[in-house]
Design a protein around this ligand. Sequence first.
Ligand code: AMP
Length: 188
Amino acid sequence: MRVCVYCSSSSAVPAVYLETASQVGTLLANRGHELVFGAGNVGLMGAVADAMHAAGGRMVGVIPRRLYERKLAHSDIDELIVTETMAERKAEMERRAEAFLVLPGGIGTLEELVQVMTLRQLAYLEQPIVMLNTAGFYSLLLEHLQRLVDEAFMRAEFLDLCVVADMPAEAIELIEHPRELVMPEKWF
Ligand code: AMP
């Protein structure tokens, strides 16, 4: 499958996140999946890509020209797509993805996660979205999503738009065997 991974561009984060990202890269390659990612050579993005490349996996990177010109693209990418804007980049990644895997990250990653959940909520996308909750990184966000449900800002069914795994192997399993979701209309 072509798995789009969204994750941090920071290399300064605790080692557990970088190590887990490496495990994800190795697993994706060993399971014969293709990586679609933001093409970065830094942070968790770089860790996934390094491990993926070491294990012989194929990588597609999609990067906006401004970041590409700053030499921020990973050097081992099999297919590099340079877009003019961030919006075009996101659209290209969504077009190519057969599943989304969200690892810990900053506001860039958060935006990517929320965007694909929003698009799926409105049925613009159908691919599964899996969150890797390494060391409980996303637990506060999951609590906030529950609050959206409790206070009727979101239907309870939409909590299932994103399925949560604690460990990389479980995340890959959820991507390979997605649950069929029957979603209601967005509005109450
Ligand atoms: P953040 O989670 O804030 O670290 O941002 C990660 C996301 O922002 C990535 O998935 C990319 O879309 C984008 N991004 C930020 N920095 C870079 C970079 N150096 N190279 C490529 N993409 C980046």
